[in-house]
Design a protein around this ligand. Structure first.
Ligand code: SIN
Length: 312
């Protein structure tokens, strides 16, 4: 029997596919849609302490090879998502879901995480260190000093399973430096990657999104090689207790297979989910299972991280 069952942060999931934060996760209704689809779990839209309207529209555009967005962290505020997650803990206690969050400052991040720590929430938390779209706020995880300082403080009070969402890195030295920081902490996972920040897409001599004069995060087919490189670079460098979530460029079962081959324990779907809708989970799961069956793999463990290199 071919199974796409996986584990993350000590929790068990029937399927290794889920949404990426930002897609199909703004409201309880959208989250319930992912929950009741073929996906193994869901992650919420990244929550800030309070409701945010986000950037002016148009702020998301599908394009032939992917998407460009500058949403600016629109979300309902922490309490909305936390309340829903606590409700699900009562009604579906056998399942585990993921809360994404970040503050608009390090202080706000700590305030939010302390509220999560103090709550009855028992699931996974993903700290988003990589949003490229808030004007005037750089992607946190490109600043190694700040990232290390935030994580140091977080782990003085946060005891629940915590992962971080990373931007793509593009240099081997940066993989080394980032991994050396992450390995100091009891992280449950790192999620590679958020969109490639600050791309520009042009149609008829004009940008296609309004915020930041058209600069926005690039997702979809464009970013798979970068996503796979980040998944594998961190799989090679991080201590085995820190698992990898693979995100970026997953259009087909083969793309999901490649993320797992590079070391991912869970695979998130963003642009494809936005373009195709919830049925993408079932299609991609079936395609992944067909590849596994053809290759004689029964579980993800049979091929996770087993990328082959070209030897002399
Ligand atoms: C956004 O809301 O701007 C996207 C979130 C992200 O890229 O982390």
């Amino acid at each position: 029997m071919v199974s796409t069952h996986t584990t993350l942060g000590g929790f068990s999931f029937d399927n290794c596919l889920m949404n990426a934060a930002g897609v199909w996760c703004m409201t309880k209704e959208e989250l319930a849609g992912v929950k009741d689809s073929a996906a193994g779990t869901f992650v919420t839209k990244t929550a800030t302490l309070d409701y945010r309207a986000g950037n002016p529209e148009p702020r998301y555009q599908n394009v032939p090879l992917g998407s460009i967005n500058s949403m600016g962290l629109p979300n309902q505020g922490l309490a909305y998502y936390l309340d829903y997650l606590l409700e699900l803990q009562e009604t579906e206690p056998e399942r585990t879901f993921v809360l994404s969050l970040v503050g608009m400052s390090p202080d706000e991040t700590h305030t939010i995480l302390k509220q999560v720590e103090a709550s009855d929430f028992k699931g996974l938390t993903e700290l988003n260190l990589s949003c490229p779209n808030v004007p005037g706020k750089p992607q946190i995880a490109y600043d190694f000093e700040t990232t290390e300082a935030i994580l140091h403080e977080v782990f003085t009070y946060f005891t629940k399973p915590l992962g971080i969402k990373l931007p793509p890195y593009f240099d081997i030295v940066h993989f080394d430096q980032a991994a050396a920081i992450f390995n100091q902490f009891p992280l449950a996972f790192v999620n590679c990657v958020n969109s490639i920040g600050n791309g520009l897409y042009i149609e008829d001599e004009q940008v296609v999104i309004k915020p930041k004069n058209g600069f926005g995060g690039i997702g979809g087919e464009y970013i798979k090689p970068t996503a796979l490189a980040n998944v594998h670079a961190f799989y090679q460098r991080l201590k085995p207790e820190i698992q990898i979530v693979g995100t970026g460029g997953v259009l087909t079962g083969r793309d999901a297979f490649e993320h797992i081959l590079c070391g991912a324990s869970m695979v998130q779907i963003g642009t494809t989910l936005q373009k195709e809708g919830l049925s993408a989970f079932e299609r991609i799961t079936n395609e992944l299972k067909a590849i596994m069956k053809e290759k004689g793999y029964e579980s993800l463990d049979d091929f996770r991280g087993k990328l082959r290199y070209i030897e002399d």
